[in-house]
Design a binder for this molecule. Structure first.
Ligand code: IDP
Ligand code: MG
Length: 156
């Protein structure tokens, strides 16, 4: 099982898309194990996006991410990091495939609705930035045995 850090960015919250985006993950069988609505501070945005520091879009990105509340989610599933990235689509709304979140809900290259961790290392780091360990909940999902084949050693 993997847990990934997803942020529904200010444009997703302001445009009233939170429910529809969360529904896509729930429909897929991904489990919500943490949720936190917050306004990101400039310091936290800078830490979160430190690998982009110095890039031409960096200042605009930090301004955008701190401009209005976001919904931060911890999502869990087998292969959840790659599955969520695939469901998000390519970075730019203008070129993201139809059927993806960015492809279906936006056209902008800056306001692209959603962040998702891109590796297990990034997920661990980013979950630690936005959640205390007790805010990520281990809970038994009633549908688990129909979402996964649980007859073997690992959910499949
Ligand atoms: P990702 O979110 O798909 O992983 P990254 O390349 O890691 O994309 O970029 C982080 C975020 O920075 C993007 O989601 C987007 O909000 C913003 N960004 C990236 N490249 C550009 C750009 O060329 N113009 C404006 N914003 C950009
Ligand atoms: Mg990235």
């Amino acid at each position: 099982m993997e847990t990934t850090l997803i942020i529904l960015k200010p444009d997703a919250v302001q445009r009233g898309l939170m429910g529809r985006i969360i529904s896509r993950f729930e429909d897929k069988g991904i489990q919500v194990v943490g949720a936190r609505m917050m306004k990101i501070s400039p310091e936290l945005a800078a830490t979160h996006y430190e690998s982009h520091h110095g890039k031409p879009f960096y200042d605009g990105l930090v301004n955008f991410m701190t401009s209005s509340p976001v919904l931060v989610l911890a999502l869990r599933g087998v292969g959840a990091i790659a599955i969520c990235r695939k469901m998000m689509g390519a970075t730019f709304g203008s070129s993201a495939d139809a059927g993806t979140i960015r492809g279906d809900f936006g056209v902008s290259n800056s306001f692209n609705l959603i962040h998702g961790s891109d590796s297990p290392e990034a997920a661990e780091r980013e979950l630690g930035l936005f959640f205390k360990s007790e805010e990520i909940l281990e809970w038994d999902r009633a549908s688990e045995g129909w979402v996964y084949d649980l007859s073997g050693d690992e959910p499949e």
